[in-house]
Write a new protein. Sequence first.
Length: 500
Amino acid sequence: MKTIKKVLIANRGEIALRIMRTAKEMGIKTVAIYSEADRNALHVRYADEAVCVGPPPSGQSYLLGNKIIDICKRLNVDAIHPGYGFLSENADFCRNVREAGIIFIGPSPESIELMGDKLSSKHTVARYNIPMVPGTSDAVTDRKDAKIKSREIGYPVLIKASAGGGGKGMRVVENEEEFDEQMDRAVSEAIASFGNGSVFIEKYITSPKHIEIQVLGDQHGNIVHLFERECSVQRRHQKVVEEAPSAVLTPEIREAMGKCAVEVAKACNYYGAGTVEFIVDEDLKFYFLEMNTRLQVEHPVTEQITGIDLVKEMIRIAEGQVLSFSQSDLQIQGHSIEIRVCAEDPENNFLPDVGTLQTYIRPQGNGVRVDDCMEPGMTMPIYYDPMIAKLITYGKTREEAIAKMIRAIDEYQITGIQTTLQFCKFVMQHEAFISGKFDTRFISLYFSPEVLSPQPNDQEELLAAALAGMLIKDKKPVVHSDTSLSSNGGKSKWRNRIER
Ligand code: ADP
Ligand code: ADP
Ligand code: MG
């Protein structure tokens, strides 16, 4: 057991600030790192100490593991929290941190290695009774063989990069005629994004829900789950809206999925916070997808419904403490929803938008939490993730959480940058979302840019829009294409993002 007195957060933006807040509450000193683009960022000012690590591109700053370790030694830092993205799932970094005598607030390098690769994670859990999507258990290299296997599995199939993440390196194949083309695309995307062209094939579940289970384990073999998060509203296989609990799970399925997630964690001797992702079909049958060995973007909804600060638990676990609660101590209280407020233009195919936040006023009030790292006058750096904030609401019931979300979206004032706020309001008000009967096709089925235009009967809004139109620049022409499954037209929001 070692008490952490000073922690370095190897990250930026909202997650760096969120981690520092908990550290402060625990009486732990904080060290920020920053790139030249983030010199004036809030996370830098919030920290007790801050060190510049290099120029804006993450490869020259936030990803410089050895430089970050040197800073820790120089400043007598006991522990590193990697947040999500960047170095969080880098087993070599984790190992180097530990070899330098510094605590890595996360799992062991061995767990990261086993779960970081989708195929190796499937092999790891294969000994246990974990339901898996039908598919190849190894990488496919021979095309002829791959086609025979796909026929056996039954079209449509999904070609997936084993090293994949962030929804990249994934291609749906509807029939054998398009197999070669989609295979080429999947392999080249996998090489471009992950430097590893290994792909495998899975049955494509046609109306799937994405439901994941949060787990927490200590270094003494105790593992619990903190229930599910429903993350089916997705674009390009990336989450946009998340909630807990799911509107459709029965207590029995919840328990079965929870048990299964704990088994998966046990299979890789997991400790720390992790997420076991499942795909759930129309009959509520669930299948293991992958495990993410880090704090998840959407972790706040779990915190809201369980009353547990996941970062605090991660720190306690890293110190070697025993989990202070058991499964039976945990209960779901109320309902929580999170939306990702991104600097993207929903009326223009969600293209990332750049600019300066002229107005930035956060919503407040009962049941509203904003995790961000923004202030008026700030310019969105083009080098990183385009997420401006996470807006989270909490209510006694799902209806209440939705009502609070709509109210909070209306209160949120952002000008100078296009955001996904109105798009998220559309989701909250859509009958399919309200009923809970939606799957990962939600956006491709129901969304087109026109739905964001004011309706003719909204006289007041029309007038306001007309007035605003006189004041602001002309809108860009609306381009909409269905980006739900395979194509992202080379305009991925990962363009300038973190490489792992
Ligand atoms: P989740 O919401 O489940 O945590 P995301 O897919 O939104 O997962 O990814 C979370 C973070 O992990 C991203 O913001 C990004 O920083 C990082 N990440 C995940 N996959 C990739 C990838 N392929 N390339 C770069 N960063 C990634
Ligand atoms: P990543 O590492 O990119 O997060 P995942 O395996 O978690 O990869 O898949 C990301 C998303 O892609 C899922 O949330 C789901 O929407 C979709 N997906 C993955 N596998 C399947 C499948 N077999 N059938 C249908 N959709 C899938
Ligand atoms: Mg995933």
